[in-house]
Ligand binder design. Structure first.
Ligand SMILES: *[C@@H]1O[C@H](CO)[C@@H](O)[C@H](O)[C@H]1NC(C)=O
Ligand SMILES: *[C@@H]1O[C@H](CO)[C@@H](O)[C@H](O)[C@H]1NC(C)=O
Ligand SMILES: *[C@@H]1O[C@H](CO)[C@@H](O)[C@H](O)[C@H]1NC(C)=O
Ligand SMILES: *[C@@H]1O[C@H](CO)[C@@H](O)[C@H](O)[C@H]1NC(C)=O
Ligand SMILES: *[C@@H]1O[C@H](CO)[C@@H](O)[C@H](O)[C@H]1NC(C)=O
Ligand SMILES: *[C@@H]1O[C@H](CO)[C@@H](O)[C@H](O)[C@H]1NC(C)=O
Ligand SMILES: *[C@@H]1O[C@H](CO)[C@@H](O)[C@H](O)[C@H]1NC(C)=O
Length: 611
């Protein structure tokens, strides 16, 4: 009898155990749950989920946060609007085949994933936390990501992670957008949302109260958002707006796996509402890379219709050529919201044409019409034919440009983009164009004279510096006046590192290998040989080097020079045996990227925008 009891007890324990031990630590079966106090970690330990409380809150929420990041950073919350006031919460697969958060005490469902599939056997369902930070519900027999019954990536919170799609599924009409927390202690739905506006020429927008435009990125022009300078040559991450018959969405991917990036929408920040951060392991903190709006001209429609915003001018708002303030009084008092009106009204029967603007963020795309198979010339002809077409532009500027976009409403929220932006052709009365072309004639003569003078000066300069350089090239190390640092030649570096010998290899970072070497005077150096793909042009590299040298920091190894020859681009550091290799790699990986962005920013090319 005793034995029988023992066997039964043993069997009972076994069944208990089989319920308690997950099939894999990062999965949950239909018979298991995550109770408050327990967590589940993704396979590669990048993310963790469980119950948490925001910093100064006692409420309990079910969420996902970064596992390796020491400052708890929550990226997704299930029960945003229905906190649990005690520790009785649990997450499990509900009887209807949904992920549910329940109060264990009374089994009241606090939150449910509301997946819609029917005919599912609950016992085949598993919950899995993926290394991307995506919480998915799937049939244990199906691995195909397209067939997830539910995934948290379809329901973004205030954070956009790499790989998340922000935008529209045309088939279902489903729109994924981000929504801010009310404040840092309250994840309930805030006033700010960020998503894709589904016009014929889509753009991303920040809205307040889901309806009032606060910021727009400008439309996607095939390479980037029109109001956000070029990011497409960025080495660390890549983004795009995908536009096909089934979907229109924005997505970004991190190309360097050692970099942790997140985009977050906040309600309470004074620094901007949409922010991009990167995690810095060395300082154990998040570094703010970009925040939007960047300046006053990013405020939606600050200058009203038919005007342009330029940060560096005073006042920032100016009417477009041939337009005047609608309300001169308000305009004088820096209330520009009324915008501008035409000096000469359009009359289709009296002849019209277009005035070309360059380097602008294209106006609000509400009501635009796009034809992707028309070229710019056909576009102009078609716009002119239709009396209600007020402006046109290329819809895709990649390659030599293609496609046609036409505006039929007042042109709102144009801004001048420094060194970026696009061409926009605005319809004007023929009489306006005549006066325009007359003054252009005079300008042209002046411009030609100036150009001739500049070219002549440049030829003289180039010849001068060519002779000068030729004289100096003889030495191994020489200095160039616009560099504050010595420039080493390749031969010197090759001999110092025994032609990049394997035994001198100190290690390898994301941007290329680091070698130890010795200069002739016995000075030990570390040489970072940048992989060819990681750098673009000579001038960019030069800017980076100048910046790194200016920003020498006591915690970083000292940069003593650089070497540029043909495809080879190298940074030369003082070698310090007691500094860890990280110090060299760090400089050239993370910091390097930062410097580059700063340099680009200073040289007006700004990598530093979100899109
Ligand atoms: C369960 O609920 C009762 C009253 O509703 C409460 O007194 C008790 O503390 C709760 N237990 C837990 C574990 O939350
Ligand atoms: C959103 O609407 C609420 C109430 O309707 C208002 O209190 C709040 O100020 C609005 N928020 C913004 C940012 O306009
Ligand atoms: C982060 O830094 C710590 C020490 O501060 C180190 O142990 C760890 O390996 C670093 N992690 C990464 C991914 O570099
Ligand atoms: C606007 O200000 C300018 C100078 O400050 C003045 O000459 C002009 O009369 C003002 N116009 C109106 C409508 O107030
Ligand atoms: C446009 O011009 C035609 C002919 O010059 C004139 O008859 C018509 O009244 C004008 N229309 C408007 C709206 O000014
Ligand atoms: C787009 O432009 C092409 C070339 O002009 C034309 O054949 C086609 O009908 C246009 N499509 C639409 C939808 O207007
Ligand atoms: C002009 O374009 C608008 C908007 O696409 C359209 O509704 C209207 O019919 C067009 N007018 C003509 C005369 O083609």
């Amino acid at each position: 009898m005793g034995r029988l009891y023992f066997v039964m007890f043993y069997a009972y324990i076994l069944t208990l155990l089989s319920q308690e031990i997950p099939i894999a630590a990062y999965m949950l079966t239909s018979s298991q749950s995550i109770i408050d106090g327990k967590t589940l970690v993704s396979k590669g330990a990048s993310f963790e989920l469980g119950f948490f409380s925001p910093p100064s809150s006692k409420h309990r929420y079910f969420g996902i946060w970064y596992k390796p990041v020491s400052v708890q950073t929550v990226v997704w919350v299930a029960n945003r609007d229905s906190p649990i006031t005690d520790t009785s919460g649990a997450l499990k697969i509900g009887s209807t085949g949904n992920i549910v958060v329940v109060n264990q005490n009374d089994s009241v469902v606090i939150w449910s994933s509301k997946s819609t599939s029917s005919n599912i056997a609950v016992e085949n369902l598993i919950i899995e936390l993926l290394d991307s930070g995506n919480l998915v519900l799937r049939d244990v027999r199906i691995e195909d990501p397209e067939k997830y019954l539910w995934q948290s990536f379809d329901y973004p919170g205030d954070t956009l992670l790499p790989g998340m799609k922000l935008g529209w599924k045309s088939k279902t009409g489903m729109n994924n957008y981000m929504q801010s927390w009310r404040n840092s202690d309250d994840p309930s739905l805030g006033d700010y949302t960020f998503g894709i506006e589904l016009t014929e020429y889509p753009e991303s927008v920040i809205l307040t109260n889901k309806s009032i435009k606060y910021y727009r990125s400008g439309p996607w022009n095939g390479l980037q958002f029109s109001g956000a300078p070029d990011m497409s040559r960025n080495r660390v991450f890549h983004y795009e707006l995908v536009h096909n018959p089934d979907e229109v969405y924005y997505i970004y991917k991190v190309t360097d796996p050692s970099v942790t990036l997140r985009v977050v929408l906040t309600q309470t920040s004074t620094e901007g509402h949409l922010q991009r951060f990167t995690w810095v392991n060395q300082t154990q903190s998040w570094l703010l890379l970009v925040s939007i709006p960047r300046d006053r001209c990013d405020d939606y429609a600050l200058c009203g219709a038919y005007s342009t915003c330029e940060v560096m001018t005073e006042p920032v708002c100016q009417c477009l050529k041939g337009f005047k303030p609608k309300s001169p009084q308000d305009w004088n008092e820096t209330d520009w919201s009324q915008g501008c009106k035409r000096e000469t009204f359009l009359n289709c029967s009296q002849g019209e044409g277009f005035l070309k603007y360059t380097g602008v963020k294209l106006p609000d795309t509400t009501g635009t019409r796009v034809n992707r198979s028309m070229d710019l010339e056909e576009c102009g002809v078609n716009c002119l034919k239709n009396c209600s077409c007020v402006a046109y532009s290329s819809s895709d500027i990649s390659g030599s440009g293609s496609g046609c976009v036409m505006w039929f409403t007042d042109l709102i929220d144009i801004r001048q983009m420094d060194g970026a932006g696009e061409d926009l052709y605005i319809r004007m009365a023929a009489s306006e164009l005549v006066s325009e072309s007359k003054s252009k004639g005079k300008e042209l003569v002046v411009i030609i004279v100036i150009i001739i003078a500049i070219v002549a000066a440049m030829v003289v300069l180039a010849l001068g510096s060519w002779f000068f350089l030729k004289k100096r090239r003889a030495k191994g190390v020489h200095e160039k006046e616009d560099f504050e640092l010595p420039v080493f030649d390749l031969v010197t570096i090759k001999s110092a590192t025994s032609n990049f010998a394997e035994e001198n290899l100190l290690g390898e970072g994301g941007f290329g290998p680091v070698y130890k070497g010795k200069l002739e005077g016995d000075q030990e150096i570390a040489v970072k040989r940048l992989s060819k793909s990681s750098i673009q042009g000579f001038s960019e590299f030069k800017n980076e080097v100048i910046l790194i040298s200016k920003l020498q920091h006591k915690n970083l190894v000292k940069l003593i020079g650089c070497c540029i020859q043909g495809e080879e681009k190298m940074l030369v550091y003082e070698y310090m045996p007691n500094k860890s290799l990280d110090a060299f790699i760090f400089v050239s990986n993370f910091l390097f990227m930062q410097m580059k962005q700063t340099a680009d920013c200073l040289t007006g090319k700004s990598d530093l925008t979100l899109f």
